[in-house]
Design a protein around this ligand. Structure first.
Ligand SMILES: Cc1cc2nc3c(=O)[nH]c(=O)nc-3n(C[C@H](O)[C@H](O)[C@H](O)COP(=O)(O)O)c2cc1C
Length: 163
């Protein structure tokens, strides 16, 4: 099955996760970049003062891919704004998708994310997985991914079964 990983990251945790998935699946990866990359401070203020989001290179088409794996942080219990924008822009091109995030972790958040993704993309995700780091300011190194080996394997198995 042809797979594309689409990743947005601000402080690189989710980039490491996406690279791990890419290594396991041997597929393409598309990194979302903002025209004006945001600071941690602006993420902190997001609920009060949402920053304008503009992405570099939105020309990519998702149509050739049978499934998309979206990888992004969670901010304020929502998918990070740049990924939300990309999903809205490419909604019609998505055949099947899943979402995985390295995030702080909040009880009940996964269900909320599933609802948000379904509303954004007009279809339910095949799988949603949160890798909980237990801190808002955690900065992962490659070695930390070993902690999530079982969850990553289970996520990929769910994709296989959702074929
Ligand atoms: C202001 C702010 C709000 C956040 N809100 C949430 C949240 O609601 N739920 C959650 O699980 N993680 C939350 N996080 C944690 C991020 O999702 C986490 O740090 C993530 O790994 C960052 O990803 P990145 O390094 O790829 O940018 C928040 C982080 C910041 C800085």
């Amino acid at each position: 099955m042809s797979t594309l990983i689409v990743v947005y990251t601000r402080s690189k945790n989710n980039l490491l996760l996406a690279q791990e998935l890419q290594m396991r699946l041997q597929c393409k990866l598309h990194l979302l970049t903002e025209v004006k990359p945001r600071s941690g401070f602006s993420v902190l203020l997001e609920p009060l003062f949402p920053a304008k989001t503009e992405l570099v290179d939105t020309e990519i088409s998702l149509t050739p891919y049978e499934q998309i794996i979206f990888v992004a942080p969670v901010w304020w219990k929502r998918v990070a704004a740049p990924m939300r924008l990309f999903m809205q822009q490419h909604k019609e091109e998505v055949k099947k998708y899943s979402f995985i995030t390295m995030c702080n972790g909040v009880v009940g958040q996964k269900e909320k994310l599933e609802e948000e993704l379904t509303a954004l993309l007009g279809q339910r995700p095949v799988a949603v997985t949160e890798l909980w780091v237990g801190s808002l300011i955690f900065r992962a190194i490659r070695h930390d991914l070993a902690l999530f080996d079982e969850e990553i394997t289970a996520f990929l198995k769910a994709l296989e079964e959702g074929k």
